[in-house]
Design a protein around this ligand. Structure first.
Ligand SMILES: [Zn+2]
Length: 247
């Protein structure tokens, strides 16, 4: 490779690196979206579960209420039975015994009625809470739906720009020397970050350390690949002449 060719190659590779950096960042955003959507869906499920739990609590209270009312009705039947028996007994003793049974039922009913009042109060409170929760959940879910739609929209946009970037890359890649692009790919695959470091004002743009004068001199010749002594990246240094484009 001639000097100018190598300089141009470094410039192209640097461009590719910048392009790939953008591509990777879009790709990361793109890949994160399903996770975001999943999290939102989990929130919807959580809301649904809390509504179900609250409704279940209310159903339990209503069930207890029905059972307490049934107790009252059953006692009423029993009470009528005792009363009609009282009309037929012939001894005071038997009459008093039935009276005691009736009093026992009355006491029980009094307790039950207090329990019913408490349950009614509890049911009212739960209904109120349920209504509040219901409207909270509805507005939360509305927000979640909006956010999910936004994510899906972003997902589509990112996919489109990814496709465009990949297409650009495929067109750009043949301009780069095979050997160089292999070295670049290997470096990237080892996830070492930038392959090319810009050298400006005698400093490596990647590790920010001063490029050794001998190295700098070599790099400015563009005869062969020169590596930063500290971060081992390929140096693409500022040319001597300001007329030569950089980077
Ligand atoms: Zn360096």
């Amino acid at each position: 490779m001639s000097n100018e060719t190598l300089r141009q190659q470094l410039a192209l590779l640097y461009k590719l690196q910048e392009h790939d950096r953008e591509l990777l960042s879009i790709h990361r955003r793109f890949q994160a979206i399903p996770r975001h959507i999943k999290q939102l869906e989990a929130n919807v499920t959580q809301h649904k579960d809390s509504l179900t739990a609250k409704s279940g609590e209310l159903a339990e209270v209503e069930k207890s209420l029905r059972s307490k009312n049934a107790d009252l009705e059953m006692n009423e039947v029993q009470r009528e039975k005792f009363k009609s028996e009282q009309r037929e007994v012939t001894t005071n003793e038997a009459y008093s015994a039935l009276e005691k049974q009736i009093e026992f039922l009355d006491d029980k009913d009094a307790d039950t009625e207090i329990e019913i009042l408490e349950l009614l109060e509890k049911a009212d409170q739960l209904k109120e809470e349920l209504q509040k929760l219901d409207s909270e959940v509805a507005s939360e879910n509305e927000k979640i739906k909006e956010q999910t739609d936004q994510f899906r929209e972003e997902q589509k946009e990112l996919k489109a720009s990814l496709d465009a970037k990949m297409e650009q890359r495929a067109k750009f890649l043949p301009k780069i020397d095979k050997q160089l692009s292999i070295l670049y790919r290997r470096w990237i695959e080892r996830q070492k970050g930038d392959f090319i470091a810009l050298g400006k004002n005698g400093t490596c743009g990647s590790c920010q350390l001063t490029i050794q004068p001998q190295n700098l001199k070599e790099a400015q010749k563009y005869e062969k690949l020169v590596y930063c002594a500290s971060c081992k990246r390929v140096l693409y240094v500022e040319p001597h002449s300001p007329e030569i484009p950089f980077p």
